[in-house]
Design a protein around this ligand. Structure first.
Ligand code: G6P
Length: 615
């Protein structure tokens, strides 16, 4: 979704902001803009355009031709994902105040903007855009009494909703003011320059030392100094976080797409998720971020899981783990529904919030709701220092490195690995014996190897993708652990190939969707060697009887599946509870290659955003 980059320092801010915006492209956007400041009271330069950052670069070179060699040492830039108003030049950010002296960029949604807007109109303000954000620029100008931070603070008092904002003014050519409530702002601390961004990807090229603002914080940043305070102007201090991501992690490294790179990284990212955490001798896992000793874990009676999208599917696998392995009562909710339906949370409930980005608004709302109800909250996040990671209280990081492709891949397999370790650790405080625990831990330790073996099937998967890339509809079916894997496979395909795909429990197919089956509607049947396989084989027969072609994902050497199905992707044998990992990797490759053959923009599919920061 929307992205913010701001720079103040001796260098030309255009280059730094534009390259930062490129780093944020993966989040999904439809227009972009930049506002630059030169010196005291000189008019701010504003360039905005619908489309891509490359379109913005063209617009900048038209507005500021080479002969204009002024060095703009202060500026803010934005990528917009439309909420209020269509994606066009006028609605793109930054927005200027009436006098043109203040420019703002905004992520989030101002819920009371209509009310604020009508009041401002009565006071003689005119609005250029249809956005909720423009009110912020006018309010800051209206509240300004010589102090930019004061004007931002006074504006924040009037705003309802969520925001990360960055503000510059031609009256303060050496200062950026930024603030957050519900939408992230990170500050990169460099020597003699400061970079502000909504996402650390735009910062790590310059520094690994980052400060994350908390809700209600306002930062005043110059090239050499930062000052953070609350809306009431009380100074606050925020810890510096060291980010150990490498710039190479956010580059394609020779792959055609980030998604393909991230699929191929999985042997390594699964290894990173389990490294140092498997206690083979004790038959358990040690997750230090959990901050719970076995006695506290034994006191937890119920696990509630909340997540969105792919993380929700990982959470479904997690629910099965808590029931199957730990014998604990467990439920999974889409994060938005968790909060909307007033769930029953007791003191012995632990909410497990799963979010790759750690910024998904609905998951964050679930975390806050669970805290409000007195539950223990555990976050499973990938992005270090993200809001959910900080607010959860305790948690486990995935250590998967940045995930740039909008369709989540490596995060899923790391989430499942972490959930397996978590369930084993809980189970060992209950009925799971040390020997059974050892066997599970051993099975987990070979997962990186198994991931490698699935990826080695890529050329076979490409052939299958070529055969079915022209289809308009797909079904994915599975039972038990293969049911969430079916949902995830269908989600992957629809996200990046725009083919209509639905995941179903294999048995549910006959309660409706079977009406849609015919020779042009392939069914992906998930039938690794698990007890429920025999029943799913029956469901495959039902599909075949309706002439639907069946692509199976099955265990190596399974001749029954081979003779029944049209095409088969084989995965190595592994314990039932871990089958979602290899099966999902095979699904990711299938979806990727179908989308590639169809010529789809794989890393940035239409309408999708990597991190959904609105509810
Ligand atoms: C968006 C992304 C999905 C992701 C979901 C949850 O919809 O496009 O890929 O699974 O958000 O994101 P999270 O960061 O909370 O895991």
């Amino acid at each position: 979704m929307c992205g913010i980059v701001g720079y103040v320092g001796p260098r030309n801010s255009i280059n730094i902001i534009v390259s930062g915006l490129h780093r944020l492209e993966y989040r999904g956007y439809d227009s972009a803009g930049i506002a630059l400041c030169l010196k005291n009271n000189e008019k701010l330069v504003l360039v905005k355009t619908p489309g891509k950052i490359s379109d913005l670069e063209t617009a900048i070179s038209k507005a500021l031709p080479v002969k204009d060699n002024r060095t703009f040492t202060l500026g803010i830039g934005h990528t917009r994902w439309a909420t209020h108003g269509v994606p066009n030049q006028v609605n793109a950010h930054p927005h200027l105040s009436r006098s043109g002296e203040f420019a703002i960029v905004h992520n989030g949604i101002i819920e009371n903007y209509a009310d604020l807007k009508s009041r401002l109109i009565k006071q003689g303000y005119t609005f250029k855009s249809d956005t909720d954000s423009e009110v912020i620029a006018h309010l800051i100008e209206q509240c300004y009494e010589g102090n930019l931070k004061g004007a931002v603070a006074a504006t924040m008092e009037r705003l309802e909703g969520t925001y990360g904002i960055a503000v510059i003014s031609s009256k303060h050519p050496d200062t950026i003011v930024a603030a957050r409530k519900g939408s992230p702002i990170a500050v990169g601390i460099c020597d003699g320059e400061t970079i502000i961004a909504s996402d650390i990807s735009a910062i790590i090229n310059y520094t690994k030392q980052v400060i994350f603002l908390n809700d209600g914080d306002i930062i005043t940043a110059t090239a050499s100094n930062i000052d953070i305070s609350s809306v009431k102007n009380i100074p606050v201090s925020r810890e510096m976080t060291h980010i150990d991501w490498d710039i190479r992690d956010i580059e394609k490294g020779g792959y055609e797409h980030f998604m393909l790179k991230e699929i191929h990284e999985q042997p390594l990212t699964i290894a990173n998720a389990i490294r140092g955490r498997l206690m083979e001798a004790e038959g358990t896992a040690k997750l230090s971020g959990m901050q719970m000793d076995p006695r506290e874990m034994a006191r937890i009676d119920r696990i509630a899981i909340a997540a969105c999208g792919t993380s929700y599917h990982a959470g479904m696998v997690g629910k099965y783990y808590f029931e199957d392995i730990a014998g604990m009562s467990s439920e999974i909710q889409q994060a938005a529904e968790f909060r909307d339906r007033n769930p029953i949370i007791q003191r012995d409930t632990c909410l497990v919030a799963i979010s790759q980005s750690g910024e998904t608004a609905d998951t964050l709302a679930a975390v806050r709701e669970a805290h409000q109800k007195g539950a223990t909250v555990l976050g499973i996040c990938n992005v270090v220092g993200s809001t959910i990671a900080r607010e959860a209280g305790c948690g486990v990081y995935l250590h998967a490195g940045p995930e740039i492709g909008v369709a989540s891949t490596k995060a899923f397999t790391s989430q499942v690995s972490v959930l397996a370790m978590l369930a084993i650790a809980f189970a060992r405080t209950r009925r799971l014996s040390v020997n059974a625990g050892r066997e599970m831990i051993h099975q987990l330790s070979v997962m990186p190897k198994i991931a490698e073996q699935v990826i080695a099937q890529e050329s076979i998967i490409i052939k299958i993708a070529e055969k079915y890339a022209g289809s308009r509809d797909f079904f994915y079916i599975g039972r038990g652990y293969m049911y969430p894997a079916a949902l995830e496979g269908a989600l992957k395909l629809k996200e990046i190939s725009y083919i209509h795909a639905e995941g179903y429990h294999a048995s549910e197919l006959k309660h409706g969707p079977i009406a849609l089956l015919e020779k042009n509607v392939p069914v992906v049947a998930l039938v690794p060697n698990v007890p429920a396989k025999i029943k799913t084989m029956g469901n495959i027969q039902e599909c075949k009887a309706r002439n639907a072609p069946v692509i199976a994902i099955a265990t190596e050497g399974d001749n029954d599946v081979r003779s029944l199905c049209d095409d088969v992707i084989f995965i190595p044998p592994c314990d039932e509870f871990l089958t979602p990992i290899p099966v999902t990797i095979a699904e990711q490759l299938l979806a990727y290659h179908i989308a590639r053959i169809r010529g789809c923009p794989i890393d940035q599919p239409r309408n999708l955003a990597k991190s959904v920061t609105v509810e």
